[in-house]
Design a protein around this ligand. Structure first.
Ligand code: GLU
Length: 550
């Protein structure tokens, strides 16, 4: 077709386009950012929620934009109506907000490069496609689904590349007259790329994460606009990333295979190609193998899971930072007073293969996170959690506020604070002895069949010796002295030397006291617990223990 015919065709197909591409180029000028600033975007489909893979992606986007004083924007990619659900956009914003991942520009906060919802940009895509038609890089294709399925079958049988290319692209060279006739007959059509590529040529792309990659040139007549005039992902993202001035396209590596097409589209549209960073999928160990984390199979793939089980958002983000850059974890362990924002992330420290998502590791990171919080902070956050997910416990927490904060503060000021909590729901279990109602209800049940201790000696100790005003050293000396007076060795070492001389050692007395007042054989510093409970509650617990084990 000659240029004048192509022009006529373009008008015929897009009679209602109001502007030309210059209009949009002017409307979305270069961003005025400093050298090196990254413009990143998160492009979710409105499926109603964010899963771990896309949370990770948006976390990367936000981190890289922020640390370079760039822009991170959110673009809703709703070109595939099958993947859209009602209120799907709201769910995405809620999930991101819960993780404090806040785009600088979006359909909610606005921005100069909107609309930020692809379905509101149809006219823009069509404008560029109209231009491609004029230039001979696109054409209407009237092939029916049956015809395409038949071609596919044939290609599968002969084991050749699947798709519409070469002589399979039957409508590629229709004349203007033929097209007019089909349009007159109201035949349905899509707009396809008239690919200028040749698969015998090679193209090279340098990915920020995966490095140098080589591909055969794209040579398929891929669909650009669907029958209803809406764009495919391929076309839409290329036009949007150009007009919104994305500098770095960070996305899942399932898109690597389409990269030659995308590069071709950038070239024929005359756009500068952004940098690509393809992230490895989030995987998990399963039955000896490793597979992709699945929205369907894995509860932890849904980001709302963390809120429900009570893993703090910050801990999840620390974990994301850990899997984002392999050198983050060590840095965090050595910089206990710093926050994620103070670390400089780089692409070269990102995984090329799969990124293993390990809940145990996340729990460990969460324990470190909790260990660095003050007792009061842990109390406040746990109360917030309980108000939402465990109302009865919230009431108890409020009733025991002073005690709880004291319990949660035990051993906090040491160099190696305790790491006993990985989620808010652990507090109830780990500190059940802090609340009488829970302690008497749940803990005594656990004594059944356990090691039993004689209460008379412990009672004697509490009544005659225990001094709540003592220093730690005095308390321990007192208990040692008491042990010796009652036939126990002053240390396990001494006991081991001559076990026949003793009933046991001082540790046994501590253990008995610990079990009686906490219901557990391990606890934070015993004297601190005793001091918070006070003598009468300690005695009350010993008496109850006596009744229970009698
Ligand atoms: N809408 C695409 C998806 O949901 C986004 C891919 C991209 O970030 O370019 O997979």
């Amino acid at each position: 077709m000659e240029l004048n015919e192509r022009k006529e065709l373009a008008e015929l197909l897009f009679p209602n386009i109001k502007h030309d591409r210059d209009y949009y180029e002017k409307m979305y000028p270069d961003r005025n950012l400093k050298e090196g600033a990254m413009v990143t975007r998160f492009g979710p489909s409105p499926t109603g929620f964010v899963h771990m893979g896309s949370l990770f992606g948006s976390f990367c986007d936000a981190v890289f934009a922020k640390q370079t004083d760039g822009v991170f924007y959110l673009r809703i990619e709703d070109t595939d109506q099958k993947r859209s659900v009602e209120n799907g956009i709201e769910g995405i914003f809620n999930d991101l907000e819960a993780f404090n991942i806040v785009p600088d520009e979006s359909s909610v906060v606005g921005g100069d490069y909107g609309p930020y919802i692809q379905s509101e940009r149809t006219e823009i895509y069509q404008t560029y496609v109209k231009d491609l038609i004029e230039e001979g890089y696109a054409y209407p294709c009237f092939m029916s689904e049956e015809e395409i399925a038949q071609i596919r079958e044939e290609q599968e049988l002969s084991k050749i590349k699947i798709g519409i290319y070469g002589h399979y692209a039957v409508d590629r060279d229709l004349s203007l007259e033929e097209i007019k006739e089909k349009l007159c007959n109201k035949e349905e059509y899509v707009i396809r790329l008239k690919s200028p590529g040749n698969a015998e040529n090679e193209i090279e792309v340098v990915d920020c994460i995966k490095g140098r990659m080589k591909f055969p040139e794209h040579d398929m007549d891929t669909v650009l606009l669907k029958k209803d005039g809406t764009p495919t992902y391929h076309l839409a993202h290329v036009i949007d990333d150009h007009l919104m001035h994305t500098t770095h396209v960070i996305r899942g590596d399932e898109w690597v295979a389409s990269l030659p097409l995308h590069i071709q589209l950038f070239k024929i549209l005359g756009f500068k190609i952004p940098k690509y960073a393809h992230t490895a999928p989030i995987t998990k160990k399963d039955e000896g193998g490793i597979r992709k984390l699945s929205k369907r199979k894995d509860a932890e793939a849904k980001v709302s899971y963390y809120e429900e089980v009570g893993i703090p958002i910050e801990a999840v983000k620390l974990y994301l930072a850990t899997i984002l850059n392999s050198n983050f974890e060590e840095w965090y362990l050595n910089n206990s007073d710093k926050s994620i924002e103070e670390f400089t992330f780089t692409f070269d420290k990102m995984a090329i293969g799969g990124t293993l998502f390990d809940l145990d590791k996340l729990n460990n990171i969460s324990k470190t996170y909790f260990s660095r919080k003050s007792g009061e902070e842990v109390y406040n956050e746990t109360l917030e959690y309980a108000k939402k997910f465990d109302k009865d416990y919230a009431l108890l927490l409020e009733k025991y506020e002073d005690d709880m904060i004291k319990f949660l503060s035990i051993e906090k000021d040491s160099d190696r604070p305790r790491k006993d909590i990985s989620k808010y729901s652990d507090v109830k279990e780990e500190f059940s002895y802090a609340i009488d109602e829970l302690f008497y209800k749940e803990n005594y049940a656990k004594y059944d069949g356990g090691k039993q201790f004689s209460t008379s000696l412990i009672k004697k100790y509490v009544e005659d010796v225990l001094n709540l005003e003592a220093t730690n050293e005095e308390w321990f000396n007192d208990i040692k002295e008491f042990a010796v007076e009652n036939g126990y060795a002053a240390s396990p070492k001494e006991y081991k030397k001559n076990p026949e001389n003793y009933i046991g050692h001082v540790g046994d007395i501590c253990e008995a006291l610990r079990v009686m007042i906490t219901g557990r054989d391990k606890s934070p510093d015993l004297f601190s617990i005793v001091k918070i409970l006070g003598k009468s509650r300690v005695l009350e617990r010993i008496n109850r223990y006596e009744n229970l084990t009698r």
